[in-house]
Design a binder for this molecule. Structure first.
Ligand code: FMN
Length: 204
């Protein structure tokens, strides 16, 4: 792991904690997950020093993780990237390759930071896999400040509900999506407004 941590350890504990710490925080980190030339929003769960993914079956991400055994968490704050990768595909030019421990891995070229993981299935149900993630390398490329914006957060909510809505057309989800799109338009900037239009196009 690289030297950048949220809470740099003192030198006496450094050797051990270097295996566990990353730029991700306790709880669920809503990142853009990249696998072989594919990107999708994914929630990396960090609890008690353990990184996992609850990965629904049927996605390209699931197929790629099972086949290749790696996953990259990309930190990026563009709401348009979240919705485009949630509902469709990003162009090839959105990706760049990092060779880590001899394996070429794809990450977002525009990521402000990224963490690469080895990924293995530790449990499975009829609908989903539980994936254990082991961090192997991370990099912080930019240190931009992102003031809290309800519009950005509302786009994340609308996209989460939207990816479920397109499977079941639940009217309660549609109500939630419309609520969050209104919030995104009220509180967000131009990129949130563009993202809101993209989500709306997918739920029609
Ligand atoms: C913010 C956000 C978080 C998500 N987290 C997960 C997740 O943790 N696990 C999962 O299986 N799907 C998650 N999804 C849904 C996937 O992104 C969605 O199914 C996507 O279409 C999969 O794309 P793919 O086929 O390119 O992998 C999330 C969606 C959003 C918007």
């Amino acid at each position: 792991m690289g030297p950048i941590n949220n809470h740099p350890p003192d030198e006496t504990t450094r050797k051990e904690s270097i295996m566990h710490d990353s730029i991700l925080l306790e709880g669920i980190n809503e990142v853009i997950g990249t696998t072989h030339m594919n990107a999708a929003p994914m929630g990396v769960i960090l609890r008690g020093g353990r990184y996992t993914l609850a990965l629904f079956k049927g996605s390209h991400t699931a197929e790629n993780i099972i086949r290749d055994g790696w996953f990259v968490a990309n930190l990026i704050f563009d709401p348009v990237i979240y919705v485009k990768s949630a509902f469709g595909d990003l162009p090839e030019t959105a990706f760049t390759t990092e060779t880590i421990e001899g394996t070429p891995m794809h990450r977002l070229a525009a990521a402000e930071a990224w963490v690469a993981f080895r990924a293995e299935v530790i449990a499975e149900s009829s609908e989903a896999y539980s994936i254990l993630l082991t961090p192997i390398k991370e990099e912080v490329l930019e240190c931009q400040i992102h003031p809290v914006n309800r519009g950005f957060n509302a786009i994340i909510e609308a996209a989460v509900h939207g990816t479920r809505y397109i499977m079941n057309h639940d009217p309660e989800l549609e109500w939630l999506i419309r609520h969050h799109l209104a919030l995104a338009r009220k509180c967000g900037g131009e990129r949130e407004k563009e993202a809101a239009g993209i989500v709306e196009g997918f739920i029609k």
